[in-house]
Design a protein around this ligand. Sequence first.
Ligand SMILES: *Cc1c(COP(=O)(O)O)cnc(C)c1O
Length: 398
Amino acid sequence: MEGFLLKKKQLQTDMIHEAYDANEHLGSISIPIFQTSTFEMETFEKGMNLFAGKEEGYTYSRLQNPTVEILEKRMATLESAEAGLAFSSGMGAISAVLMHVLKANDHLICSASLYGSTYSLLELLQEKMNITVEFTNFSSQEELSKMIQSNTSCIYIETPVNPTMEIYDLEMIAQIAHTHNIPTVVDNTFATPYIQRPIELGCSIVVHSATKFLNGHGDVVAGIAVGKKEMMDSIRKSTQRDIGATLAPMSAWLLLRGLKTFSLRMEKHCENAEKAAAFLQNHPLVEQVYFPGNDLATKEVFKKQMKCAGGVIAFSIKGNIDDVHTFLNRLRLIKLAVSLGDAESLIQHPASMTHKQIPQEEREEMGISETLVRFSVGLEAWTDIEADLEEAFAGLSI
Ligand SMILES: *Cc1c(COP(=O)(O)O)cnc(C)c1O
C-alpha cells in the first residue's frame, strides 16, 4: 500500500487525489473549505517562529490557507513542478511572477503575440521600470541567442499564442535560456498540463489563467504559477504576499471541484475542436483557420510537445467587419462571450474585445485582423454546434 502511495500517478488520478488525505479531515471525501482569514497561533513563541519562518503553519490567509494549499500542491504535481502558488486571477499570477523576475532596466524577450492584458502589463512595466521588451517568433536557436543581452532577465512565452495559435518549440527555447541562466516563463492557459508540460521540457515557471480550462465551469476567476520550490517560496514571500492577489478559499474549492473532471473535459474539448476545425476548413465562407498542428512549419514541434491541439480555434471570415457582426449575432447556441475553456461554446472578436488594448498596427502585425474570431469549442454535442455555425453562416450575403 505504501508503495502505491509513493508512486507517481497518472494525471487522471492526481487531479482527483493529489495532496489530500480524507483521514486527516474526519474522513470528509470532499475537501473542507477553510473559510477563515486568520489562525490561532497557540502560543506567543509559536507565533514568533511562524512569522520568522522557523516553523511551518498557518497565520493569515493572504499568506497561506489549507484549502488553497491543496490546490497549489495539486497543480504543481499536474505540471510536474516542485511547488505552486494560487492567485486571484491569471493576471495576478503573471504580475507576481514578472515583478519577481524583473528589476528596473532589465530586458525581456517575449513571444510575438500575447494576451491583451499581459501586453498592457508589459507596457506599464516599460513605463514604470524602464524594462525593454522584444518580441520574437523564436524561429531558431541562433536568432534567440543573438537577442540575449547582459540585462536579459526573462523569456516569456505563450504557446499556443492567444488568439492566433502559433506554437513555439519550448525545449529549444529552454536550452538556450539555460545556457544563459535566464528563467523561461510559459503561459500554459491554452494547452493545459493535459496537452503539454513545459517544466518537463526544461522551462522554469508555468503560469495559468485557471479561470479557463482548469476550472472549466465559468464560475471562478483564478490564477496559478508553478516552478522550483525555492522560486515559489520566494514569490510567496514577496510579490504574492505584498501585492496581495491571493486566491479565496471558496474559489480554490470550486477549482478543486472543477479539476476532478479536467481530463475528461479536455478529451471532449479536443475532440469537438478537431471536428470544428475540419468543418471550418472546408467552409466556403471561411478565409483561414488557425489551429495548432495545422501549420506545416511547426508540425514537428506540435508532434513533439503537444498531445492534441486543444479546444480553441481562431478563424477569419471571408468578407468585412459587417459580415463578422452578422455572423456573431446570428449564433444561438454558441455564446458571444470572452474567456474560454468552459462547458459552453464561447466565441468572441479579439480586435474589439480581448486584444483591443493593443494598438491596431501592432495587432495586425500579430495577425489579429478585423475579421478574425476566436472560438472556444464547448462540450455540447458536435452536431448541435455544427448546426449553429451553419445557421449563422447561412445569414451572410457574400
Ligand atoms: C485569460 C487569460 C489570461 C488572464 O487570466 P485572468 O484569469 O483573466 O486574469 C492570461 N493569459 C491567457 C492566455 C489567457 O487566456
